[in-house]
Design a binder for this molecule. Structure first.
Ligand code: IPE
Ligand code: MG
Length: 230
């Protein structure tokens, strides 16, 4: 969800106004995802690197997250959204952590859509956390493969993302789902996050539908496999 700051700047507003605006369209985009039958949505809300931003902005972002949970939790629960937190808990205020845990606990049996909230999240940190747990558990190195490592990530049990959408035109992955996104289709739109809406989502999905996913194979092989799967 990139481009909040530039969206605000273009309007002569403080950056936090952009972050606030970026919560309004999130609600609509999420509803559109439910309508499209998307089963898992991961939103990149705050990275481990974002702590380095000016203290006032960091404080503001934390407040906004608290407010969003307060404001949206009831409706999300009614819609059948299962909220999960992916990321670390360190440095997060106990008050905010409690709110996050409450949201996770309340919605844990919902199954319309899983909403992974990547908050205090870093892809490298996630892999480091996985490696630490694997080593602590004394797993035999010969047993460490793709499938095993995946089971130690924050997204354990979930399939890899099919599509990663980045707003505001940046052609970077920025430490987002770097393991899980190895074969994800990337879609970059110049639109700033607060202006992203249902129509923008539709465009991204149309682009995705037109892609040929080969997973390292040739076009011929991919076609044969698709026919066999029918
Ligand atoms: C993304 O918007 C929101 C967060 C990182 C929380 P930015 O704040 O990165 O917006 P730009 O990149 O300055 O426009
Ligand atoms: Mg940015």
């Amino acid at each position: 969800m990139d481009g909040n700051g530039r969206w605000a700047k273009a309007r002569g507003l403080p950056r936090l106004a952009g972050h606030r605006a970026g919560t309004e369209n999130l609600r609509r985009t999420l509803k559109a995802c439910v309508r499209h039958g998307i089963k898992i949505l991961t939103i990149y809300a705050f990275s481990t690197e974002n702590w380095g931003r000016p203290a006032e902005e960091v404080r503001g972002l934390m407040t906004i997250l608290e407010q969003v949970i307060e404001r949206e939790l009831k409706e999300l629960h009614e819609q059948g959204v299962q909220i999960r937190h992916i990321g670390r808990s360190d440095n997060v205020s106990p008050r905010l952590l409690k709110k996050i845990q409450k949201a996770v606990e309340l919605t844990k049996h919902n199954d319309t859509l899983i909403l992974n909230v990547a908050f205090n999240y870093g892809g490298r940190q996630e892999i480091i956390d996985a490696v630490r747990r694997i080593m602590r558990e004394g797993i035999d190195p010969a047993k460490v493969d793709d499938a095993l490592l995946s089971q130690y990530l924050y997204t354990a049990g979930q399939p890899d993302p099919d599509l990663i959408i980045r707003t505001s035109g940046e052609m970077r992955v920025s430490n987002f789902l770097i393991w899980q996104g190895a074969y994800a289709e990337l879609y970059v739109t110049p639109t700033y996050w607060p202006d992203f809406n249902e129509d923008e989502l539709q465009k991204a999905l149309d682009h995705y539908a037109a892609r040929e996913r080969r997973f390292g194979l040739t076009a011929e092989q991919t076609k044969t496999l698709a026919e066999q799967a029918k």
